[in-house]
Design a protein around this ligand. Structure first.
Ligand SMILES: Nc1nc2c(ncn2[C@@H]2O[C@H](COP(=O)(O)OP(=O)(O)OP(=O)(O)O)[C@@H](O)[C@H]2O)c(=O)[nH]1
Length: 788
């Protein structure tokens, strides 16, 4: 049964009866002395009332005296007003204008409506009938004090004195009882010391102070002052006088003091017995009398119902069955939790013990890669970038080339043509062979570098089809950075060549030359639109040759081919157009085969710029790119910069076939192991851990100015890498041919001039001397050059 059930079974009538009984006990029977005073008072009142005395009974007189504490005057006045000359009842008359409606259920049958009007018929005042005049009873003796007399204390009769004494006694008794009740309640609210001692809970400092203060004050030995200072200043002789009764408080105080500061420690024998509540002060005792004897034992718990029967208190003194069940459940839960946690710990430790061995490193065959390359019978490889003004026909030309070479079949092209017809872009069907992104197909422009490959009898080519639109120049730069040579596509149709020359034809030419491309094949395209005009071809050839020569291309490295990419004339096969009979030179593919790739930096430390990062079935992290310098083989350790993380070559792919090694100039796919993908990004450089590339945030550049140069914010492009930077200073203006210093620290560099400039970067990026970078600002290429 819970204690709530105890409350429900409580007999409230029994409790109320007890309360009433206690209340009745407050009005005890008169003492013999009071009986004498009562008799005298009765006689005195009878004499005061004289002839009217017969109208009141003895009991009425005694009750009045008792009520007024034997005050004869008050009792006599009360008896007169109540029994001898009571005020007449007011009975309103019906029909009176001042009639007050009476409530029907209390009105008598005869006086259903009473009026007070008759009381005012004899107005004006002063004409009052005799029977309605007030009876005044003059006091026997004059009142003293402020209302008359000498001002001395009024003289009291013996009866009055006795009544006053009784009244004071009753008031003292009530006050005493109130104090006692308050003390009991306070004692019950106080914290039980014994239980705290059992629990070894030290007293809080502030509570300790209060306790000491209370004790000392109760004994009247100390003033109400700071207990801490008082305890220290207390004379030893005085402390020795304290009776040795209990050590509980002393122990508590010692514990408390030791936990705070040694100055609080009071010798244990000198401590006083514990009290749970403050004792009344001397002033309080003067007011309320001596303190009651201390309760033998304080309640061990707080009860808001101090007057409850013992059975109820008993029920609350112990944990209820509900509490017992809850406690048991809590303990069981703890045990279970402990069990669970221990099992969890065990699992955790087991998991920790399960040390995952590092993935076994790929086995290296320790090949001499350079000799393998020399002895290999593989075709030479070459990469070329296709550049030119937007819509010059670059993608169409490469699509046709792949079709004519059999890399893609006619069926695929027909399918692309059908798809292109649906959106009204039939003429772009061949371009879609390379422009495979939906956005590129929808917009009809190339956005990113499209790579493809084809082989001739002698060479394995990699096509890097660059976007012609000025918005995608950074992608074109990325393509150019991987190329051995370039195809510059020029739209020969009327007006297009001229506009292209002012546009990206010029910029692309400058860029590819600055990127280190020295061999260029100019594809004069769309000659079918001008009837295969030789004059037009020669005009374009003349202008472009002069322009390219001015940008640094040697004449022997410049070739021109008149063609139609859309129709495939002079692309793979010679044109059969009669109007084009004037051209007997090589086709575009033949010109490509005649182009020697740039020298390979085979013996230099490994450098490879990451073009793509992707996931393959072979590895969760695969990268692709062109090896700029050095060589690598399966099992090699690699360093990724700028993250500085190490990785291993799990396997290699070249031309979509597995290989054990690769050298500079080759495009490869590397499946990495032992590295987190978060450390590898497009534009990072893979290098030899033994000869790593350094990460710089400042460098000096020998730059060709495309625009006016001065200290300014720029974007630094190296391959796929872009970084924010700033032209910090211009160290010198250089001679274009010799490279000697013309002028030191010029403030501005004019376009087409060469200068040595210092560039700072917002963050460190992998850079080293010999690399080519491009500086752009506001969407325009402002300079390109070589790191010194
Ligand atoms: N008549 C004719 N049209 C051509 C020839 N080559 C390309 N075109 C057309 O020119 C348009 C643009 O061709 P694209 O191959 O997309 O040009 P692009 O240079 O690759 O364009 P971007 O990569 O976006 O700069 C298409 O409509 C082609 O059909 C050609 O030899 N003759």
């Amino acid at each position: 049964m819970s204690r709530h059930k105890d409350i429900r079974n409580l007999d409230y009538n029994e409790v109320v009866d007890e309360y009433d009984q206690a209340y009745d006990d407050d009005d005890p029977e008169p003492t013999p002395e009071e009986r004498v005073i009562m008799a005298n008072g009765t006689a005195e009142i009878r004499s005061m009332l004289a002839g009217e005395a017969s109208k009141v009974t003895k009991a009425q007189i005694e009750e009045a005296l008792w009520h007024y504490y034997f005050d004869v005057d008050k009792a006599a006045a009360y008896l007169v007003s109540k029994f001898i000359a009571p005020k007449p009842k007011k009975t309103p008359q019906n029909g009176d204008e001042y009639a007050i409606p009476m409530v029907s259920h209390i009105a008598t049958p005869n006086t259903s409506r009473e009026s007070f009007a008759h009381l005012f018929r004899d107005l004006p005042w002063g004409n009052i009938p005799k029977d309605r005049e007030t009876v005044f009873i003059a006091p026997q003796r004059p009142r003293g004090g402020l209302l008359g007399g000498s001002g001395a204390a009024p003289r009291m009769s013996k009866l009055q004195m006795l009544a006053a004494a009784r009244k004071q006694k009753a008031e003292e008794k009530n006050a005493q009882e109130k104090v006692e009740q308050t003390r009991v309640k306070m004692a019950e609210l106080a914290v039980d010391e014994k239980s705290r001692v059992k629990e070894n809970v030290p007293l809080a400092g502030a509570f300790s102070k209060r306790l000491k203060t209370s004790e000392s004050t109760a004994e009247g030995r100390m003033p109400l002052a700071d207990a801490e200072s008082t305890a220290i200043e207390l004379p030893h002789q005085r402390m020795a006088d304290v009776p040795e009764t209990s050590t509980t408080t002393a122990s508590l105080l010692t514990t408390s003091a030791s936990s705070e500061t040694p100055t609080h420690i009071i010798p244990e024998p000198q401590r006083e017995p514990p009290v749970a509540a403050a004792q009344p002060s001397a002033f309080a005792r003067t007011l309320f009398g001596p303190p009651p004897p201390p309760k033998p034992q304080l309640a061990e718990f707080f009860s808001p119902y101090p007057s409850l029967p013992p059975s109820v208190i008993e029920a609350f003194s112990k944990p209820s069955p509900d509490d017992v069940v809850l406690t048991a459940q809590a303990k069981a839960g703890k045990k279970t939790k402990k069990k669970g946690s221990s099992s969890t710990d065990a699992v955790t430790s087991e998991v920790k013990a399960l040390k995952i061995e590092d993935a076994p490193l790929p086995k290296s065959r320790n090949l001499n890669v350079l000799s393998e390359f020399e002895n290999s019978k593989k075709k030479k490889t070459a990469s070329f970038v296709v550049v030119g003004h937007v819509d010059a026909g670059k993608s169409t030309m490469m699509g046709r080339l792949l079709l004519d070479l059999g890399v893609v079949d006619q069926r695929t092209v027909d399918k692309l043509r059908q798809e292109a017809e649906k959106i009204g872009k039939t003429s772009f069907a061949l371009a879609w062979v390379l422009d495979q992104r939906s956005e590129e197909r929808a917009r009809g422009v190339t956005i990113d570098i499209a790579t493809n490959r084809f082989e001739t009898d002698k060479t394995a080519f990699t096509i890097l089809d660059a976007p012609g639109h000025r918005d995608f120049i950074p992608n074109m730069i990325a393509g150019a950075s991987q190329a051995d040579f370039a195809i510059l596509v020029i739209d020969a149709s009327t007006g297009a060549f001229e506009s292209g020359l002012k546009g990206q034809t010029r910029e692309h030419s400058l860029l590819i030359r600055s990127m280190g491309v020295s061999r260029i094949v100019v594809a004069v395209n769309k000659l079918d639109t001008v009837g295969w005009s030789q004059e037009r071809f020669e005009e374009i050839k003349h202008q472009v040759h002069g322009f390219l020569s001015g940008t640094g291309f040697q004449s022997k490295n410049i070739a021109f081919v008149p063609l139609s990419g859309l129709r495939g004339d002079n692309l793979v096969r010679k044109t059969t157009e009669p109007a084009a009979g004037w051209y007997t030179g090589p086709t575009l593919v033949e010109e490509l085969e005649n182009s020697e790739p740039s020298a390979r930096a085979l013996s230099k430390p490994l450098r490879m710029t990451i073009s793509e990062v992707f996931r393959t079935p072979q590895s969760p992290l695969s990268i692709s790119g062109r090896i700029d310098a050095g060589s690598l083989q399966m099992g090699d350790a690699l360093l990724v910069q700028p993250s500085g993380e190490k990785a291993y070559i799990k396997s290699l792919m070249m031309d979509e076939e597995p290989t054990d090694w690769a050298v500079a100039g080759q495009n490869v796919v590397i499946h990495l192991s032992n590295i987190d993908p978060m450390h590898v990004r497009v534009g990072d450089i893979i290098c030899d851990p033994a000869k790593p590339i350094q990460c710089l945030d400042t460098f000096t550049l020998k730059a060709l100015a495309f625009d006016f140069l001065m200290p300014m914010q720029v974007d630094v492009h190296r391959g796929r890498l872009h970084a924010a930077g700033k032209i910090e200073a211009i160290d010198a203006l250089l001679d274009k041919v010799t490279g000697s210093v013309i002028k030191k620290k010029p403030k501005v560099v004019k376009p087409a001039s060469v200068a040595r400039i210092r560039v700072t970067l917002a963050s460190k990026v992998p850079l080293e001397a010999g690399q080519r970078v491009v500086l752009r600002s506001g969407g325009e290429t402002v300079a390109a050059g070589l790191l010194e």
